[in-house]
Design a protein around this ligand. Structure first.
Ligand code: KE4
Length: 420
């Protein structure tokens, strides 16, 4: 592939943004490449600055479940913009979007629109702490919940003590109330509740992990979390920024049949525009200003253009009843080809990850046994063959309704020719 123009643009961008990017993973450092600069995208294709075309399995990290440039979404945003970009005031679109969300995720009895998944999670955790009056939270190694200080953590001297910052610039005091457990390991959660019990405000979990690569919850794990949090008066938060409207119209909580107290949403819910949501039980959300004493605010929260994209996208998903079955079939076809070609693959619906390890990947420790150099080699091979996947072993491949049977079949042929 000739990527000369992208390389030139990357050099210029590097003079303005750290690493030339506005989000670290885009720098492609994990796969030893420099980023492509995308000019435009249509359906399941993206086209870079040099005119190279790729089948896109990143889908902007999840939002584009309907593919790129969906006409109805674009038109909805244009129509909204014709009426003005932002009012900093209430508008009817906020109600319409809230109704669609609540219709499909009834556990979100009351909700608040914000601008990013990070903001949604940060606000949900604050509301859980404000409602319970407790300080500690539990998260799981390998799960990512955005970059708010208290959630950028790694295990300290052990899992039974407060976590330590996993980023410079985060004071130790910001993470000492964050406790780390092991995904799919009930004992690690029981140990924390035994030691801290009624001090724990919330347990936050990706109900199907996708930030250590795709790692599904083992049978009974989510039900266990639901039970132990109820026993201790702890808020169970499902971070559905990826899984919301991805695994089903009701997200992972419908897919797995476990209902949390609070949910965060992002990506798909904004139809490709900057919009995210947090919400849950009415009694919890009524603690949020201006009703209650938990403060949270945002200049562009509920932005009309972003809201119009979310309404359009969710409206299409609600009417496309076969969509989730079709996404699952496409995922299954890729998974079958990968498995038959000797790859180690985890898949849930239209989310999948290829791991370069012999181990069965069920948590962060097993995910980390994957050979990231082998992943990088596979990434480059796919890219050279016009298949664009996540430039990191610890992300997911995303499939959209725009991925044609021909493009899925082409991808399978490319996979079959690869020698691990
Ligand atoms: P944002 O602040 O990036 O909108 O959302 C943070 C977030 C929260 N929760 C989950 C489960 C998430 O996956 C994310 C963000 N996901 C990453 C990809 N794994 C976004 C891509 C990036 O950081 O550039």
């Amino acid at each position: 592939m000739n990527t000369k123009k992208s390389e030139e643009l990357y050099q210029r961008a590097s003079g303005f943004m750290p690493g030339g990017v506005n989000s670290p993973v885009r720098a492609c450092k994990n796969v030893g490449k420099t980023p492509l600069f995308i000019e435009r995208a249509e359906g399941d294709k993206i086209i870079d600055a040099d005119g190279n075309e790729y089948i896109d399995y990143v889908c902007s990290w999840g939002p584009n479940i309907l593919g790129h440039g969906k006409k109805e979404i674009i038109q909805a945003v244009k129509n909204s913009c014709d009426n003005g970009l932002t009012f900093g005031a209430c508008h009817r679109g906020e109600i319409a979007l809230a109704e669609i969300i609540q219709r499909n995720i009834p556990s979100m009895e009351m909700l608040r629109l914000v601008n990013s998944g990070t903001e949604a999670v940060m606000s949900a955790v604050r509301a859980a702490r404000g409602y319970t009056g407790r300080d500690k939270i539990v998260k799981f190694e390998g799960c990512y919940h955005g970059h708010s200080d208290g959630l950028l953590v790694r295990a300290g001297s052990g899992l039974l003590t407060g976590a330590i910052p996993d980023s410079a610039g985060v004071p130790k005091g910001y993470t000492e109330n964050t406790l780390l457990a092991v995904y799919n390991n009930e004992q690690s959660v029981e140990d924390l509740f035994e030691k801290y019990g009624n001090e724990i405000a919330a347990v936050i979990v990706e109900p199907c992990a996708a930030n250590m690569g795709v790692v599904p919850p083992k049978k009974g794990f989510l039900e266990f979390l639901r039970k132990i949090t109820e026993q201790h008066g702890t808020i169970l938060i499902f971070d559905e920024v990826i899984t919301g409207f991805r695994l089903s119209l009701g997200g992972a909580q419908k897919y797995y049949g476990v209902t949390p107290d609070m949910t965060t949403l992002g990506k798909i819910v904004g139809g490709g525009m900057p919009l995210a949501v947090y919400g849950g039980k009415r009694e919890i959300m009524e603690c949020v200003a201006p009703l209650g004493s938990v403060y949270q605010a945002g200049t562009l929260s509920g932005n009309p253009a972003a809201v119009s994209a979310g309404i359009a996208a969710l409206g299409i998903l609600e009417s496309a009843t076969e969509l989730y079955e079709q996404l699952d079939e496409k995922g299954a076809k890729l998974e079958k080809t990968l498995a038959e070609s000797g790859f180690n693959v985890n898949r849930v619906g239209s989310l999948l990850t290829v791991f370069f390890t012999e181990r069965s990947v069920t948590d962060y420790d097993t995910a980390k046994t994957s050979d990231t150099n082998k992943y990088a080699k596979f990434y480059s091979y796919l890219l050279e063959n016009g298949v664009y996947t996540a430039p990191s072993q610890f992300e997911a491949m995303f499939i959209s309704s725009a991925h044609s049977d021909e493009d899925i079949e082409y991808t399978c042929q490319v996979i079959k020719q690869y020698r691990i």
